[in-house]
Design a protein around this ligand. Sequence first.
Ligand code: G3I
Length: 393
Amino acid sequence: MSKNRRLVTRRHALQLGLASLVGVGASVTVEAMRQNYQAQQNQALDNPRRNFTVVGQNSLKKRAAAKGLIYGAATEQVKLSSDIAFATHYVQECGILVTENQLKWIILRPTPDRFDFTPGDWLAEFARTHGMLFRGHTLVWEQVLPKWFGEVVNRQNAEKILVEHITEVVKHYSGKVHSWDVVNEAIAVSYSNRPDGLSLNPWMLFLGESYIDLAFRTAAAADPHTMLVYNDRWLDYDTPRDNAQRIAVLKLLERLKTSGTPLHALGIQAHLNASETRFNPKKLRKFLADVASLGLKILVTELDVIDKDLPKDIKVRDRIVASVYEDYLNVVLDEKAVIAVLTWGLSDRYTWLATYEPRKDRAPVRTLPLDSNLKPKLAWNAMARAFDNAPKR
Ligand code: G3I
């Protein structure tokens, strides 16, 4: 019997205060207990009286800019080229275009000896035409590598291939990129068996930890004026995993700075979970201050809020999601080293969470500032309020 199907007796359920479940039958499952607990927690998360009023009509990009901040969102060519209404809102709200998928190896490298810059170039041009900054994601990541990668890359040629890739791609966009996620998700405390938390990705296996420094030095040589970012996840909460991840990331950043690696900023992904209550502003503030004290800037790079365990009721759900946005941003934006807030998508019409974190009841997820009809939600208000309240950079 699987772990979460384990049976709980009627008496045990009563002891746990789950009286409402006991009537269902002689026994209940752990899953039912979990749902009940979730319902109680949701009630605690929701404050129907919370005020999300916003002053004025300005877009998110204008409100951010007024504080010396950049706001933008990740997107793809197909969304901007085939959906004019979406593209119009995107240009209105965003000051920076972030490439969600088009600059990943799987798209850029159809074969070992060919680069396909077509979709990336389209996005760079879209950003230029609309007066937006342009941001590259990502040069080194263990996921979404092309099929040929595993057959071609080995210990002997790994360094040459890594250097070639970074040099070619960064030079191609030289002068056009505000910032590059040079290395993404190198630390994975929850599945690394190393004390430093480094993930055993192909680069790590073939080149050891030095691949990180090599990636940054190569990117700096190819475009000396762009901002070079180390980007990672699981840095937000007071959970054993996130606490360990923060320590490991901070140590990595310290090691890189000590060895003179041309690293300019930390990217905090911030895929937040609305049902995670272990948010500890004090710990987060301390982490951000520690990062800033290394002379690094900080970008919130992939912000969104997972709503999969929240009630279906849209009013309640939107209120909780908005609270998560505002509470998080109020803490993060107090740190002056934070220069940008980027959401992972702009509208619920297009979000990776619909596929990767769907709701059990199949209701469409409501995770981003605009709903699927491109109307601003309370999450938009929450972001606008956080920008308005942020200290000036
Ligand atoms: O390109 C194919 C397309 O030809 C095909 O028609 C379509 C059918 O499903 O799939 C397309 O590829 C998808 C691709 O996104 C482009 O939309 C892949 O299946 C899908 O797996 C891929 O997912 C992306 C994922 O990274 C993996 O690259 C998500 O959109 C993207 O939001 C997500 O972003 C990551 C960041 O890069 C790193 N941090 C976490 C974040 C969320 O997972």
